[in-house]
Design a protein around this ligand. Sequence first.
Ligand code: C2E
Ligand code: MG
Ligand code: MG
Length: 402
Amino acid sequence: MPTRQRLLVVDDQRLDRAIAGHAATRLGFQVTNAGNIGETREHLERGDRFDFVVLDLSLGAEDGLEVLPLIARFNPSAVLVLASGFDGRILAASQRLASSLGLLVAGVLRKPILPTALQRLLRETPHIQVTGGVADLPIPPEQIHAAIVSGQIQPRFQAKISLTTGVVVGAEALARWVRADGISIPPNTFIPIVEQSGLVGALTDSILDQSLLACSRWRQKRPDCSVAVNISPLLLNDPGLTDRIERTLQKHHVPPAALVLEITESNGIPDTPCAMEILTRLRIRGVNLSVDDFGTGHSTLLSLVRMPFNEIKIDQAFVREAVTDRDCKTVVRASASLGRELGLNVVAEGVETEATAALVQEAGCHVGQGWLYGRAVPADIFQASLGDLPESADTEIAERAM
Ligand code: C2E
Ligand code: MG
Ligand code: MG
């Protein structure tokens, strides 16, 4: 029998707790209530785990935002629903804060919460099932190492779509730990441990190998398709990286131009001679270099000017909000026009709706990626989803081939 999903409602108003609780119970959720930060802390510290948390941002005299770090620490796989009577800008800022702590926000609701609005969010947000809170416990590095070696950490592929032709131009490889019991653990749970324990080279080598193998297969059907692999900035201190990447490309007979390396800038791209040499050598060999999560880091513009990147991915925090938040829209438009002016390929990540797709296209982004087009899926499913290339797309792809 499937385990019931668990929901924590954090709200200082008893009536509001009751309304939210009732709406969720009707969907089959097991509901727990907390009226303040102390009660929330008690639940989390004693190991209670939740799939969803509905959080009221103003808890009487307390500040609901203080609950976010607690959730990030004890129950990071919980999906948040933020609720408040504040204006949209404050809600949007709170959502960004939650995202910056690595928390997934299903949506924001104005108070008083409408039961149907809450039910829609709970129903439509697929939660990664980590029953029993297994993924929230610190994972020993040896266990992760064993998972890498045994091939349990695998890439899932999320499509990247040309905004001009609507054609799939490639996919991003997103790591998942698929355990023997079928539970799939998301990367935010293990990548930080991988980075802290010196396993990032092993993980990247494995993901790169599996991704290029997959890409070589789907290029038989669609020779234009590329694959993007995430690279931790820590690896830019490893002088052996370039040769390992080149060997893996050769092993799978994939041309360098079909590989994109996404380097996240949120922790800063190291401005060191070693990093510069690695990136320059890779780019000279024809590998594409992308600044991931563009707009969230400190040294972005400097990196863009100094380093040989040829793509930016505008961070999903801006893209997702752009339709409803003027400031985010401005950031998306300005980033896209900056990228275009610099001659870069501009990708919008986190495209969830048709309205967002229209907005990022109008802003000048070349490529879109997000739930509107599909979630990250296993290689064979991605391959099966690739139709034959419409003739009209040939010219654009030829022009854009890098
Ligand atoms: P990222 O590279 O920025 O990847 C995008 C993340 O956004 C993915 O989360 C993806 O599933 C999610 N996403 C895509 N479209 C949408 C959308 O429309 N709406 C929303 N709300 N989310 C969307 P995921 O798979 O959990 O990966 C999280 C991060 O983990 C990645 O962010 C990346 O930084 C890191 N990561 C994933 N795989 C690897 C890897 O192999 N190596 C390294 N070093 N980091 C990885
Ligand atoms: Mg990425
Ligand atoms: Mg990103």
